[in-house]
Write a protein that binds this ligand. Structure first.
Ligand code: ADP
Length: 229
């Protein structure tokens, strides 16, 4: 038990560290992106310089992607507050609506705001978790597929479910999903999304689980205790 506790503490610390680093790095990164953009548009730029800038630009894009995946919504709020989870999930889905339309995916949520469930959480961090899960679901699901979220009361927890009809996860990969830098998305993946998400959820005293592999698709469940502390 003590070992498990130490592991949870380590994960939470790692999540905080990632958030802090990402936050500090984000502003200078944005300045760099702008500077490179301006340099690329200098009149009469020699081809060789243009090629170097092009490389710098694509590497910078990779970095901003990594930072966004670890930082995301962290800046919004840092104190635990009573938060309507249905509302939070629907705000995240709105951000992904155009991406899923472009890919021919249906993105929907079951649940009625009249039955809102409140949990005391750091809203920005839980948004980050839901965003990571939804982004992964979109990545894994071929056109015509469905991504569905729901929010349920399950004993003393509120459960956020993110279900997709995508590729599913092989038995071999399941063991490694929550390890930092584990990714199957060769050039675009960071392998940080689930690792960071697990750190955040465990910090909130909750857990994140995957349903047993069904016929197809993947279901993630995030369980957050209703009473914290
Ligand atoms: P990344 O998305 O950058 O690869 P994550 O930590 O978010 O990093 O995810 C790690 C890996 O877990 C992904 O590369 C993918 O193989 C797998 N994965 C996560 N979510 C899903 C999903 N909904 N369906 C299939 N595979 C998934």
């Amino acid at each position: 038990a003590e070992q498990a506790l130490r592991r949870a503490e380590k994960l939470a610390a790692a999540g905080r560290l990632a958030a802090t680093v990402a936050h500090e790095v984000n502003n200078p990164l944005e300045a760099l992106v702008n500077a490179i953009y301006l340099a690329q548009h200098v009149e009469g730029l020699p081809q060789e310089a243009a090629d170097h800038l092009c490389l710098a630009d694509s590497e910078l894009r990779r970095m901003t992607h990594i930072v966004r995946q670890t930082l995301g919504f962290y800046r919004e709020s840092t104190l635990p507050q009573s938060t309507g989870i249905l509302q939070l999930v629907s705000e995240v889905l709105d951000l992904y609506r155009s991406r899923s339309n472009t890919r021919g995916l249906t993105l929907r949520t079951s649940g009625n705001l009249a039955d809102e469930l409140f949990v005391t959480v750091i809203a920005g961090e839980i948004k980050q978790v839901v965003a990571n899960l939804v982004a992964n679901a979109i990545d894994a699901t071929p056109p015509g597929g469905l991504i569905e979220t729901s929010v349920l009361r399950f004993e003393d927890t509120v459960e956020i479910v993110v279900m997709d009809t995508g590729s599913g996860i092989s038995e071999g990969n399941r063991k490694h999903l929550f390890e930092p830098f584990f990714t199957t998305k060769s050039d675009v993946g960071t392998g940080l999304g689930l690792w960071v998400s697990k750190g955040i959820v465990e910090k909130h005293g909750g857990s994140i689980v995957i349903d047993d592999a069904g016929e197809q698709g993947t279901t993630f469940r995030v369980r957050l205790p209703i009473r914290t502390g």
